[in-house]
Write a protein that binds this ligand. Sequence first.
Ligand code: NAD
Length: 261
Amino acid sequence: MHLLSCGITVAESTVLIIGRTILDDCGLLVKTAVVTGGGSGIGRAVAQRLRADGLHVATIDLNESDEQFAYTADVTNPEQVAAALTAIRADLGPVTVLVNSAGLEKFKRFTDLKFDDWQRVIDVNLNGVFHCIQAVLPDMIEAGWGRIVNISSSSTHSGQPYMSSYVAAKSAVNGLTKSLALEYGPAGITVNAVPPGFIDTPMLRKSEARGYLYVDKNIEATPVRRIGRPEDIAAACAFLISEEAGYITGQILGVNGGRNT
Ligand code: NAD
């Protein structure tokens, strides 16, 4: 059995490909989404959620994976991003949804931070977003419809000690989000950011193991009194990507249990 995006369950789905446009049995456009950082944590949960919602989903990650439609690329390398996008378009059609979740932190006292550390964090968290948006925008412009969600960080609200490069990069992502929303709203494309609070992922647990944050203390300081789950972020992304969120753009939607830090 197969659940179509129009909500009808059929024994076997018929998919019609006209040029590069994929229509399901109901004649509805099957959207193709790319989730960067889809190999782990938040990106993985977003990819699973969007698949469950009926989208075709490709992931791009630095780490290789045997999963279907998992493409290996470094988002800081525009040639690798372009090659992944060429393969994704050939396999799944034009891309009209992009979630930028690939990210990297390097906790360090500012005086210990080498310029190489600074540059790598800016490269992955900011320049990677630049390269991926540049690579998919032409598809969205041609379709006259698109959704971009950038995963930034709640650390941008107040700053965080030992995270200067990361907070600088993520703050820039919020600024990029607002500017692109103004620029591409007339083209039918919405651009929003989701800054997560403390979410239980390998990145967070690695930082805890290195003694840079304490999950229990953060839970105490969080109004809803729990750590966030990757699925909490995936739910926000799924909404921002939906048709009914078409009047929401340029927004920074905190998903943080009420804790804006
Ligand atoms: P994670 O480490 O579990 O996942 C990050 C993924 O990004 C990994 O699969 C990694 O391989 C991939 N990646 C890293 N560099 C890459 C590159 N150059 N090219 C392609 N892929 C690359 O981390 P996560 O917690 O799921 O983080 C997802 C996003 O959420 C990140 O942007 C992170 O900064 C942000 N974030 C996380 C938290 C949290 O508490 N977990 C809080 C705020 C923001």
